[in-house]
Design a protein around this ligand. Structure first.
Ligand SMILES: [Zn+2]
Length: 387
């Protein structure tokens, strides 16, 4: 059985070991050492990565699993049995995982003591630290939890992991019934939990803890948290975003929410005025449009669907049958027909038979699209050929 150095010293970054076995399987070369500081995936915490060196040689360790109590390191390079290796773990990755995992314990413990909810799901990866709780929480509840977590962090209390003798008398969080020796991790005054992961040695080293989003999930709450360096990196980026918006709006950064609201109101005003101006313009077009044998056809590029309908309604005021065709920049041309004398749905289908596309609508009004490009002459000929 290989000795788990990550439990004797969670801050061990490199170590010496001897290769006990090296066998090939589906995932590559499976290497077992007499002792290792590489943490295998477990307790929701992803495994360590790193290298093993011997002589002039280096093997990359890209996955580590625990199998029947053995820590198995996976590499694309074989290392002969009996070789003395020097292992070095990717400490940035491990310390990040320790910060996330410890922060998650503090957060879950605080939620449990404030609301009585249990952590019923935990997903930790290089990007995500997601925790599910079995009860509803408001945004204000979550802010209160964050405050309590960070107070615990600033108190800088020890995080102790081990196998206490009085485990039967202890109250601790656990997702499942456990048997055999139970490893208990207590994170300051915030939490006591059964866990096999690696954690920082004090609560302070996991901080700050920030909840960045939450959603209702299976009757409870799913919360995305960020701890330690991840939280700081995230806040740096959001700060940059805020200053970029502040610069674009020429507003002080602490007033960007008001400035965005004012800009949105201005845009609504402009949209309203633009729609009025477009209606006036279409009224001028309609007035000038020619009617031949009760038919009025107009072609105008890039009209919006509501504008096409408005313009056709205006033309229908002076013709028995009005048709507006609007070629669109990125999609099929749009078509609207209003008629008091023809079955508009049948006329629409008659046009589609030649130009492709489809549409529909209530009797007297047809709205649709055509696939082939067309023009007023072609449309006029199609309407005239409709019986
Ligand atoms: Zn844990």
């Amino acid at each position: 059985m290989s000795e788990k150095l990550f439990y004797t010293d969670r801050y061990m970054t490199d170590f010496d070991g001897t290769v006990l076995s090296c066998t090939e399987d589906k995932k590559g070369w499976a290497i077992v050492l007499d002792q290792t500081a590489f943490y295998p995936e477990g307790g929701g915490q992803p495994c360590d990565r790193g290298v093993m060196c011997w002589g002039e040689n280096t093997a990359l360790i890209n996955d580590v699993r625990e199998k029947s109590g053995q820590v198995v390191h996976y590499s694309d390079t074989a290392i002969p049995e009996g070789t003395q290796v020097h292992g070095t773990i990717d400490w940035d990755r491990r310390f990040d995982m320790m910060q996330q995992h410890t922060g998650e314990h503090i957060f879950s413990g605080v939620v449990n003591s404030m609301f009585g909810y249990n952590n019923v799901g935990f997903h930790l990866s290089e990007k995500d630290n997601v925790v599910d709780f079995d009860g509803p929480m408001t945004k204000e509840d979550i802010k209160a939890v964050m405050d309590r977590c960070n107070a615990e962090i600033w108190a800088n209390r020890p995080v102790i992991a081990g196998y206490p003798e009085n485990v039967k008398e202890l109250e601790y969080r656990s997702k499942k019934e456990l048997s055999g020796p139970i490893r208990i991790v207590s994170a300051g005054n915030a939490d006591t939990c059964a866990c096999c992961g690696t954690h920082t040695s004090t609560t302070a080293q996991a901080g700050p803890v920030v909840a960045i989003s939450s959603m209702a999930y299976k009757g409870g709450t799913r919360i995305n948290i960020l701890c330690g360096r991840r939280a700081v990196e995230y806040l740096k980026q959001r700060n940059d975003d805020c200053y970029a918006i502040s610069h674009q709006l020429s507003a002080p950064v602490e007033k960007i929410t008001d400035a965005v609201a004012a800009r949105m109101a201005e845009i609504d005003q402009l949209k309203y005025r633009l729609a009025g101006a477009r209606r006036q313009l279409m009224a001028v077009w309609a007035e000038k449009a020619e009617v031949t044998d009760g038919l009025c056809i107009m072609v105008s590029e890039n009209l919006r669907s509501n504008e096409i309908l408005q313009l056709t309604q205006m033309l229908a005021g002076k013709a028995n049958t009005a048709l507006v065709y609007s070629p669109q920049q990125d999609t099929n041309g749009k078509l609207c027909i209003i008629s008091t004398e023809k079955d508009t749905n049948k006329l629409g289908r008659h046009i589609s038979a030649t130009l492709g596309g489809k549409g529909g609508g209530k009797p007297g009004t047809y709205q649709g699209f055509v696939e082939k490009e067309t023009d007023a002459d072609m449309l006029s000929a199609l309407v005239k050929s409709f019986q």
